[in-house]
Design a protein around this ligand. Structure first.
Ligand code: F6R
Length: 608
C-alpha cells in the first residue's frame, strides 16, 4: 500500500511531486523519495521516515530541476524501512528509475537470474528487481521494455518508470494494485490514487490489470500486455480530497473492510501454491520450530482474538499445546515458559507496549520469539527472532478489520507449516487446506454482498441497549471480536460468549428486547450451536444468525439470517467476521458515532 505520483510536462516536476506526496501519506509513511531527470542525469533523493524528513533533506540539497519525475511514499513489505530500501530504485547502470506499489512474488527467482547476468543489487526490495529487469529489456523503446518486464512478474504491482534517455516520457503499468493516469493541460500525470492529482486535474483514467501507459506532455497512450492499443475510460473525479483518500467510502473503516479480499490475497498468495507453503522472510530454521514443545501467543484486543482462533489450528494440525495470553496479563503472572516454547506476538502496529513487554519477557525466559505483524521494521518484529508479515497495508480506522483477518490467515498458514515440519500433517492432508486458504479472498468478496441487508438490520436494532454474540470452536473468538467491534464503535454494551456457556449463566439476560448474534456456519459443533440457539429462541430472544446459504435449520430458528459462503471450518472466521464488522459499522453510523476515531481510543497503544 505505497503511494505513487508522477508528472511529465513543461514545468518543474519536483514541487508537483512533493505536493502529490503530501496527499498520499495515508498510503504509507516508512520512507519517501523523489526522482527527476535533471539534465542528462537521473537524480534520486530519498529518506526513511515521514515525508517531512525528505522535505527537510531537500532544503539542504541543490534544487532538483527537471520536467519529468516520480515520487513515492512507502509502506514496507520486502526489506525494512531504511534509506537503502526507500523508493525510487535505480537500475544497475542508472538508466531507469522505478517506483512500485505491491508485492513481486517471484522476485527471488528473478534476482538470481539477474545476478547471473551481472546485475548488482543495492537494496533488499522486490522493486529493485523491476528496475534491473526493465533495463535488461531496454532497446530504445521505454514502453516495450516495461511491457516485456511485466510479462515476467508475478504478484501485484503498480509501477512508475522514467528513463535517462527520454526526458518527456513516463511509463506506468499495473496488476492487482490501483494506478491511474491524469490528463492535465499540456502536462500529464500518473498516480496510485486520485487525491495525489486532484490539485492539478480531475480528469483521470484508471488502468486495468496488465495495462501499460506511456505518458507524454502531449498525450497518453495505453496498451495491454500483448502490445495491443486500449481505449481507457476517462472519468471526472467529483470527490473532494477527504472522500478521494477514502476512495469514495464515507469512512476509512468501511474502505478497509472492503479491502479485505485484496489484503488476504496479498497475504496468502506467494506463500502457498497448492503443494507448497513457504515464508521466505521467516528467518527461523525449521529445526528450531520443530524443537518447540508448546506455543504461547501474546497479544491484545482484536489481535488476541486472532490468536485465539489460531489456537484451534495449532492444536488440530500441529498437535502442539497452545495457550493464548493477554499481553497485559502475561508479565504479571508466572508464565511457564522456557527454551522449548515458541512465543508468538500478534500485532497490527508492532508498537503495542503490552505486547512488546510480553514478548521481551518471553525471550528472557528463553523462548523462541516470532512476530506476526503488519508494520515492517516496527518495535515488536525488531525484538523477535523472526517475523511473518500480514500484507494488509496501512490500517487507519482505529477499529481493526483487515489486520484481523490477515492475522488469522498468517497464523493458520503457520499452523499448517508447523504441522508439516512436525510430521503431524502430511503433504496430502495439507493440500486441501492450502486450497481452502487460496479461496478465502473470493469467499470474503462474496460475503461483502451482505452489506445492504446488514445495514437494514443495523437501523432496526441500533436502539438496543445490549447485544450478545455467540460462536463455537474456530468461530468462538469471533463472538468476542463481534462484541468488541460493536462496543468500541457504537458504545453499546455487548458481550461475546462461547455458545455452550449460555446455559451456565448469561441465558438469564435473554428476553424479547435482547438481540443475540449467532455465528452458526457448518463445522464440527454445528448441531451443538443449533441447540444453544434453541435455548435462546425458547426464551423469546431475538436471534440474528450468520449462516451458510439455504440453511433450513437455521432459518427455522433465527429471526434474521445473514448468509456467507460455506468454507472449511478452519478458514471460516475470516468470512463470518465480515457481517459482524459491517453490523458494528452501520450501527455506529446510525447512532452518529465517530467511526474512524471512537472516543477514548488510539490506533497504537504505546503505553502500558
Ligand atoms: C480493536 C483494536 C485493538 C487492537 C489492540 C492491539 O479494534 O484495534 O483491540 O487490536 O490494541 O493492537 P496491535 O494489533 O496494534 O498490537
Amino acid at each position: 500500500m505505497c503511494g505513487i505520483i508522477g508528472y511529465v510536462g513543461p514545468g518543474p516536476a519536483t514541487p508537483r511531486i512533493l505536493s502529490g506526496l503530501q496527499r498520499l501519506d495515508y498510503r504509507g509513511y516508512d520512507s519517501a523519495g523523489v526522482v527527476v531527470l535533471d539534465g542528462d542525469r537521473i537524480r534520486v533523493e530519498k529518506m526513511p521516515g515521514k515525508l517531512d524528513h525528505l522535505l527537510d533533506h531537500l532544503k539542504k540539497m541543490p534544487a532538483m530541476n527537471g520536467c519529468v519525475g516520480l515520487g513515492h511514499t512507502r509502506w514496507a513489505t520486502h526489506g525494512g524501512p531504511t534509506q537503502r530500501n526507500a523508493h525510487p530504485h535505480l537500475s544497475h547502470r542508472a538508466t531507469v528509475a522505478v517506483v512500485h506499489n505491491g508485492i513481486i512474488e517471484n522476485h527471488e527467482e528473478l534476482r538470481r537470474r539477474l545476478r547471473k547476468r551481472g546485475y548488482r543489487f543495492a537494496s533488499e526490495t522486490d522493486t529493485e528487481v523491476i528496475a534491473h529487469l526493465v533495463e535488461d529489456h531496454y532497446r530504445g523503446d521505454p514502453l516495450e521494455a516495461v511491457r516485456r518486464a511485466i510479462n515476467q512478474l508475478d504478484g501485484s504491482f503498480a509501477i512508475g518508470a522514467l528513463f535517462r534517455d527520454h526526458p518527456d516520457v513516463l511509463i506506468g503499468a499495473r496488476l492487482n494494485s490501483p494506478l491511474l493516469v491524469g490528463y492535465g493541460e499540456g502536462a500529464n500525470y500518473l498516480a496510485s490514487d486520485a487525491p495525489a492529482v486532484l490539485p492539478f486535474t480531475r480528469k483521470v483514467a484508471y488502468l486495468e490489470d496488465r495495462e501499460l501507459a506511456e505518458i507524454r506532455p502531449g498525450g497518453i497512450r495505453v496498451i495491454d500486455a500483448g502490445g495491443r492499443p486500449r481505449d481507457p475510460k476517462v472519468i471526472d473525479i467529483t470527490w473532494d480530497f477527504a472522500s478521494a483518500a477514502k476512495e469514495g467510502y464515507p469512512h476509512f473503516m468501511l474502505k478497509e473492510v472492503y479491502e479485505q479480499p485484496r489484503a488476504l490475497a496479498d497475504t496468502i498468495r506467494g506463500r502457498t501454491n497448492r503443494q507448497h507453503l513457504h515464508f521466505p522472510e521467516l528467518e527461523i530454521p525449521a529445526r528450531r520450530l520443530r524443537a518447540a514443545k508448546r506455543v504461547t501467543i501474546v497479544a491484545c484486543g482484536t489481535a488476541a482474538h486472532a490468536g485465539m482462533t489460531a489456537k484451534y489450528a495449532f492444536e488440530e494440525l500441529a498437535r502442539i499445546p497452545t495457550e493464548v495470553v493477554l499481553a497485559s496479563e502475561f508479565r504479571y503472572g508466572d508464565p511457564v515458559i522456557g527454551r522449548d516454547t515458541l512465543a508468538i506476538a500478534v500485532t497490527q502496529s508492532g508498537e503495542t507496549m503490552d505486547t512488546l513487554c510480553a514478548i521481551r519477557a518471553a525471550k528472557e525466559h528463553g523462548a523462541l520469539a516470532l512476530a506476526v505483524c503488519n508494520v515492517v521494521g516496527s518495535s515488536i518484529p525488531r525484538a523477535c527472532d523472526g517475523t511473518v508479515y500480514t500484507h494488509a497495508g496501512p490500517e487507519i480506522g482505529v477499529a481493526s478489520t483487515k489486520a484481523y483477518t490477515t492475522q488469522i490467515a498468517v497464523l493458520e498458514l503457520l499452523a499448517i507449516r508447523l504441522g508439516m515440519i512436525r510430521g503431524t500433517l502430511t503433504r496430502e492432508a495439507a493440500r486441501p487446506l492450502l486450497r481452502a486458504m487460496e479461496r478465502v479472498p473470493a469467499a470474503v468478496e462474496k460475503a461483502l454482498e451482505c452489506d445492504g441487508g446488514v445495514a437494514k438490520l443495523a437501523r432496526k436494532y441500533a436502539g438496543s441497549r445490549n447485544f450478545m454474540y455467540i460462536g463455537r470452536r474456530y468461530n468462538f473468538p469471533n463472538a468476542y471480536e463481534g462484541a468488541l467491534k460493536l462496543k468500541e464503535l457504537s458504545y453499546i454494551h455487548a458481550e461475546g460468549y462461547g455458545a455452550g456457556e449460555m446455559k451456565h449463566g448469561p441465558l438469564a439476560l435473554v428476553d424479547d428486547t435482547f438481540p443475540t448474534v449467532a455465528v452458526c456456519t457448518k463445522g464440527r459443533a454445528y448441531d451443538k450451536i443449533l441447540s444453544n440457539m434453541k435455548e435462546i429462541e425458547a426464551r423469546g430472544g431475538i436471534l440474528i444468525a450468520v449462516a451458510n446459504p439455504r440453511d433450513a435449520k437455521v432459518r427455522a430458528l433465527a429471526r434474521h439470517v445473514v448468509e456467507v459462503p460455506q468454507t472449511i471450518e478452519m478458514v471460516s472466521p475470516m468470512v463470518t467476521v465480515v457481517p459482524l464488522q459491517l453490523l458494528a459499522y452501520h450501527i455506529a453510523v446510525t447512532l452518529g458515532r465517530d467511526v474512524d476515531k471512537p472516543r477514548n481510543l488510539a490506533k497504537a497503544v504505546t503505553v502500558e
